[in-house]
Design a protein around this ligand. Sequence first.
Ligand code: ADP
Ligand code: UDP
Length: 234
Amino acid sequence: MQKLKQIYEGKAKKLYETENADLLIQEFKDDATAFDATKRGTIMNKGVINNKLSEKIFGLLEKAGIPTHFEKRLNDREMLVKKVKIVPIEVTIRNIVAGGMAKLLGLEEGIILKEPVLEYHYKEDKLHDPLINDYHIKALGVATEKELETIAKYSFKINEILNKFFDSKSLILVDFKLEFGRYKGKVILADEVSPDTCRLWDKTTKEKLDKDRFRRDLGNVEEAYQEVLRRVLE
Ligand code: ADP
Ligand code: UDP
């Protein structure tokens, strides 16, 4: 598949048109940002790792009946995906208190939630991706009630699938972020699923094996990403 014009460069990925108007090439970069992109850096080989991890996870989800944008991995850093119109909300699912939820509610990190929490953040960098609820989303026409129902249903199902999968790899899925897009009248999962977008802790030691190592200067960031890839592929 030939790579044509670059149509977008984000913080972690680039998007390119292809000769097929329905398909894009998604290229994963090593660039890392945190705290609203006020912290910037590079995680060596992150692009390669996240491309392979996302391939594995999208494959797993497709098999379980979740429609995704994934078509195929093209090489180390690139995958072919369906071109969607992104629904401008970030869906967060939390199983354990960490990060933003700990801060928002003054809670200790590590509290196991009685049931998973679903949060929506409006995807708008200028506003720092504010927390919103389903009433905001419907009232402002960001998504329809039916789309939102599908998004919530898929998100909880993805949580079940990934919880089981990561558990089998001795990893705890603390929380994660998803993005969905519209494709030919349907809502499908887009973007990526990787240690950039999931918090993953080692089941025994509770060691952080995700982007928090970068956010909090914990060291061994590349090693942690490599370890997740190793376990996921084994
Ligand atoms: P950001 O835009 O937050 O800096 P990235 O660097 O990850 O994030 O850029 C990837 C961009 O591509 C995101 O804005 C994401 O919403 C968008 N995107 C992901 N998958 C698709 C897709 N299949 N079609 C169109 N856009 C997509
Ligand atoms: N997340 C993400 N992109 C964002 C914000 C959060 O992928 O722009 C992921 C993050 O890695 C974590 C989950 O979403 O797995 C919940 O993040 P949180 O709301 O706690 O925010 P953060 O701690 O990143 O500020």
